[in-house]
Ligand binder design. Structure first.
Ligand SMILES: Cc1cc2nc3c(=O)[nH]c(=O)nc-3n(C[C@H](O)[C@H](O)[C@H](O)COP(=O)(O)O)c2cc1C
Length: 328
């Protein structure tokens, strides 16, 4: 998820039991031009594997080049974005636009699959317009072109995130292809995951927004029902996330980036309502951490345990200048 699945998010997901995590979407044009911020997305830690790195673009040759770069950086799977509904992306012919440009979509998949030994997966929406069934025609062709698995988020691009994901479409896609299909959309509980898996015959579910500030959902999906996290656990997990993110992108970028996460985390742990607002207006992450410890003093012990269990970060380092990492 763009703006969400940074390295700290992915490592947290793996720690809570996710079988596979995925990067933010990475621009193939940005990689081609050696854009520093884009290259920074290729920073992969050893405890993230298995990891998919997602690329987007509309030129088969550039996508093939980008695929080689992400595999060289350590990606286990190259995922192709045919779902992004955001105008900035669709107007370049990339993302969800490719759902309505099947020949080009197939050429992209064939070029990427031909360029790397790693498996290639494709993430799609159902189509561009509401009610579209484009993914059902396109899916089998993408498999023929070399896609080893398909992930479907069965909303139209037009819908953005409104309405419900229509997993009846996922079930149809499962019938039409002989590769594993991953069902994505509105999986927010164990009951929902079961319903989607049973209703579609999909091989797996992918969790997006449900895991934002709630890694405990992943544990729940694995049948490990530890109940709601305590206030101390929520605070400790958030503090660890803050520290990891600052290490990843530096204080200046991280302090702004992290603000959206405070509300996501603090929905659990019975924090007083105004507390979230208090955190959002603080300038530095040190101040946020201080407030969290004050609100949940027992978090220090939980955090100490979490940090002692964290593997030492051993990035598969690219030979890139430190400025790419925001100095962090
Ligand atoms: C903030 C945000 C960023 C996203 N970025 C991406 C992305 O970069 N690539 C992608 O394939 N999907 C992206 N998605 C879509 C999600 O992967 C997922 O398909 C969608 O949110 C539905 O699943 P959910 O209901 O579990 O969130 C994004 C979603 C959100 C909310």
């Amino acid at each position: 998820m763009a703006g969400v699945s940074v390295q700290a998010f992915r490592r947290q997901g793996r720690r809570f039991g996710a079988g596979l995590v995925c990067s933010e979407m990475v621009s193939c044009a940005g990689l081609h031009h050696g854009n520093e911020r884009t290259l920074g997305y290729l920073r992969i830690a050893t405890d993230e594997h298995p990891l998919a790195v997602q690329i987007f673009g509309s030129e088969p040759a550039l996508m093939a080049e980008a695929a080689q770069m992400v595999v060289d950086a350590g990606a286990d799977i190259v995922d192709i974005n045919f779902g992004c509904p955001v105008k900035k992306v669709t107007k370049t012919g990339a993302g969800a636009t490719l759902l309505e440009d099947p020949d080009r979509a197939c050429r992209i998949v064939a070029a990427v699959a031909g360029a790397v030994d790693a498996p290639v997966s494709v993430k799609m929406r159902r189509g561009v317009e509401d009610g579209s069934r484009s993914c059902l025609e396109l899916g089998p062709r993408l498999v023929q072109a070399g896609a080893a698995t398909l992930t479907l988020h069965p909303r139209s691009a037009r819908q953005m995130y409104t309405g419900d994901a229509d997993h009846a479409v996922t079930a149809e896609l499962v019938e039409r292809v002989d590769v594993p299909v991953i069902a994505c959309g509105d999986v927010t509980s164990l009951a929902k995951a079961h319903a989607v898996l049973e209703g579609t015959g999909a091989a797996a579910v992918m969790v997006g927004r449900g895991a934002q500030g709630n890694p405990w959902l992943l544990r729940e999906l694995l049948g490990d029902d530890c109940g709601e996290p305590t206030r101390e656990e929520v605070a400790a997990e958030l503090i660890l996330f803050i520290r990891e993110t600052v290490r990843e992108m530096g204080e200046r970028r991280a302090s702004g980036f992290l603000k959206k996460f405070y509300g996501w985390y603090l929905g659990r742990g019975r924090f007083p309502r105004p507390f979230k607002q208090e955190l959002v207006v603080l300038e530095t992450t040190d101040e946020v951490v201080e407030r969290l410890f004050a609100a949940a003093p027992g978090a220090a012990d939980v955090l100490e345990r979490l940090e002692s269990e964290q593997p030492v970060v051993d990035d598969a380092l690219l030979d890139l200048p430190i400025s790419i990492y925001g100095g962090g």
